[in-house]
Design a protein around this ligand. Sequence first.
Ligand SMILES: Cc1ncc(COP(=O)(O)O)c(C=O)c1O
Length: 461
Amino acid sequence: MDPRYDVLDLAARLAHDYLGSLAERPVGAQATLEELRARFEGPVPETGEAPGAVVDALARDVDGGLIASAGPRYFGFVIGGVVPAALATDWLTSAWDQNAGGWPVAPALSVVEEVAAAWVRDLLGVPTGSGVGFVTGCQMAHFTCLAAARHRLLADAGWDVETDGLHDAPKIRVIAPEQAHVTVEVACRMLGMGTGSVEKIACDDQGRARLDALRSALADGDGPTIVCAQAGEINTGAFDAFGEIADLCDQHGAWCHVDGAFGLWAAVSPTRRALLDGCERADSWATDGHKWLNVPYDCGIAIVADADAHSASMVSTAAYIPPPEGDAPWPFAWTPEFSRRARGVPVYAALRSLGRDGVARLVDGCCDHAVRIASRLRVEPGVEVLNDVVLNQVIVRFGDDDAATERVIDRVQEDGVCWTSGSTFQGRGVMRISVVGWQTTTADAERSAEAILAAARAVLG
Ligand SMILES: Cc1ncc(COP(=O)(O)O)c(C=O)c1O
């Protein structure tokens, strides 16, 4: 063993200590902003320190400012944990330090990513010929998918957007549910289509796009059109009616894009797969590995049925880059990055360690915990569960009052047994509970429900 790398053993021990503390440490951060700044601030070090001293000090100083989101009772935002095989593989991905941008510089990892992509296509039930890009998150997955949409729609209208840009190009309409995740609009902004190109359509009480609204929006205009649909609304976890949306897109020649940041993984669950009926007819799908697949940050996945449009909008070449050899994998074709980390490798490891049935158990387990928490909460006077718990999301309102709901959320966060975040759903303040971690047990779900009820009782009296 080369002693210069002894620091890796220290890192492994510190990681073990941290991960071993997850189940019982307070879930929220304990240190204040001032405390954290005081620990890290200082001038640029003039001389270096031993690697072990740096790692040791860093691990000591971040503690208290860490959120136990990889643990069993973190239900904030939509933040998954990390399964051990993916974590260990992520470390090795750093140790190997391959530039996964291209086959010539990362032969083995390009093949691992190629296989991971095939497994993802199979598990998510999308067409086998689809392009798959491992990007940083669902935000960049939207960007990538909508860049492919922009390419295809404008090419069909006789416009080469990659060469000529958007000046004087036919305008692209983007139709999205009013409950669409903000990252869809941000992707449109980054792609030069502008947030102004996004036409919002009304949703029902679960945040599903209303078909009558989509029908009339499509009838009200023409030209190149993208319709965005949702598999797993951010608050309620609801799914749009994909079959009907696909029919409407076919009638109007529109590109159908699905935001399935977490909800697309329902495809792996035999009991919840039906929520996605018709979703396989879409043109592109954006999802995450770092949410429900429980791989470490960061990992999003962009999937495009029209692989030619995908690669035409993303591929980069340069004189110093050798051209693709035969059918060797060519990751440059699928992501906006030129150089990048091989973030598909932890995906491969997660899928290999879980297997199809393990992913299904992960998804179903989280959904069952969400149902359990909702059932426990909804029987309490003054506590209202606002959504149909079809997936892993629960939204709850306390005392039918925004301020009371806010106070319950604050109490839960301070108490530290579990951690939930807040949101506004259709104009009303809510607590959002999102179960996406592999570590959560039935006992954790029950303990968390009790902690939320205790906070509610303290606030509502
Ligand atoms: C439905 C949905 N879409 C998109 C995103 C953005 O994903 P990311 O943070 O990975 O970019 C999220 C994040 O929570 C989400 O829940």
